[in-house]
Write a protein that binds this ligand. Structure first.
Ligand SMILES: Cc1ncc(COP(=O)(O)O)c(C=O)c1O
Length: 380
């Protein structure tokens, strides 16, 4: 079996209960949720409801109907950004964003919105004072990631949330690299919109994602159409979450997502985070001791997410990834990781980095094997 160290792209493997939940939904339930009044139709509806409830518990959301299922974090981010920004509006973001934030912002810009991109430092940190200085009377959105998918840099979301709340500006957080591994309490942290994939730290299947939309946030839906209920009306229903969930749900995916979230709730987010920190510390220490290796992102001793990005002087990151795969059966990601501006911020553009991202099921032995492989690759 290959050693999988690309959990920042998607988590693998999943807890056994996730496979079972997908199989059960697909094989035994089968029916469409929110449509049929027969028993299996109601079972499908219950799956979706219970998944929403589990997610609401994880993120301390008091009304689970404010959580909308999407097919990915990207869809959730498009829904939030395209809906929030009109021509003439202003938004603030950072130089560390994934293309799933920066490209929808570019589209909004091409339609007449103004975007301020705040440069982050070479470790990837945003200075909240720069953010405060960038806010204007017409700022309608602050959009940024909680944890960088390039460097693992964690932004001070609670502090940014306080700033946003004081200024009365909605805060959109891209939690793609933090949901399921770091504590997130949306109401406490002043988050108005939270976008997350279901298939990374939340341990669900690919093809799942979510957007939390706080009370009072007025968004148009991305898609309109059949919602199962309110069938006589020609207009899209106003009710949450149906307003944003047209078309048949990804019931098997959402069933798996629920099992993933329940696994997290049972295991405890602190336990998951502690293991992530221990694995990342091991990777940092091991790589840091290899000649010619440069580690990027927060310096050792500073908190970071489950991501280590590095380069080796005189070696192309892509070649390192190729050797790890072909000679050692180890899977990592190389290049720009869909975040070119982040690499400009930390000085690794255009070749990018090698990115190692362990997950809940990664073992210390696997990390040792990876480090041994790296020592040999760098020596040759
Ligand atoms: C920071 C960040 N934002 C957004 C995304 C997009 O997530 P998805 O693939 O679920 O659309 C990713 C995935 O790589 C990411 O790392």
């Amino acid at each position: 079996m290959p050693i999988y160290l690309d959990n920042a792209a998607t988590s693998h493997p999943k807890p056994e209960s996730v496979y079972q939940a997908v199989d059960h939904a697909l094989r035994e339930i089968g029916a469409s949720p929110g449509r049929g009044g027969y028993r299996r139709g109601l079972d499908a509806t219950r799956i979706i409801f219970e998944a929403r409830e589990s997610l609401a518990k994880l993120f301390s959301i008091s009304d689970s109907a404010r959580l909308v299922f999407t097919s990915s974090a990207t869809e959730a981010l498009n829904l939030a950004i395209s809906g929030m920004l009109r021509p003439g509006d202003h938004a603030v973001t950072t130089s560390m964003e994934h293309n799933s934030v920066s490209r929808p912002l570019r589209v909004a810009e091409s339609r007449g919105a103004a975007i301020t991109r705040i440069p982050c430092d070479r470790y990837g940190f945003l200075n909240p004072r720069d953010l405060a200085a960038a806010l204007q009377a017409d700022t309608r959105l602050i959009a940024l990631s909680h944890c960088s998918n390039v460097t693992g840099t964690i932004q001070p979301i609670a502090e940014i949330g306080r700033l946003a709340r004081q200024a009365g500006i909605p805060l959109l957080v891209d939690a793609a690299q933090s949901a399921g591994v770091m504590p997130i309490e949306v109401e406490e942290m002043g988050i108005s919109l939270l976008a997350a994939p279901g298939h990374k730290g939340l341990l669900g299947p690919q093809g799942t994602g979510l957007l939390y939309i706080a009370e009072g946030i007025d968004l148009p839906p991305l898609l309109v159409g059949g919602t199962g209920g309110h069938s006589s009306g020609e207009e899209q229903p106003e009710q949450m979450p149906a307003r944003f969930e047209s078309g048949t749900h990804n019931t098997p995916g959402i069933a798996g997502l629920r099992a993933g979230v329940d696994f997290i709730l049972e295991t405890g987010i602190e336990t998951i985070r502690k293991k992530e920190i221990s694995l990342v510390d091991g990777i940092m220490a091991g790589l840091g001791a290899i000649d010619r290796v440069s580690l990027h992102g927060p310096p050792p001793g500073k908190e970071r997410g489950g991501i280590v990005s590095f380069t080796v002087a005189g070696m192309d990151p892509a070649m390192i990834g190729f050797s790890l795969d072909q000679q050692y059966d180890i899977e990592v990601r190389t290049g720009l990781h869909c975040a070119p501006e982040a690499h400009r911020s930390i000085g690794t553009y255009p070749a990018g980095t090698v990115r190692v991202s362990p997950g809940w099921f990664t073992t210390e032995e696997q990390i040792e094997t990876f480090l041994r492989a790296m020592r040999q690759i760098v020596k040759t």
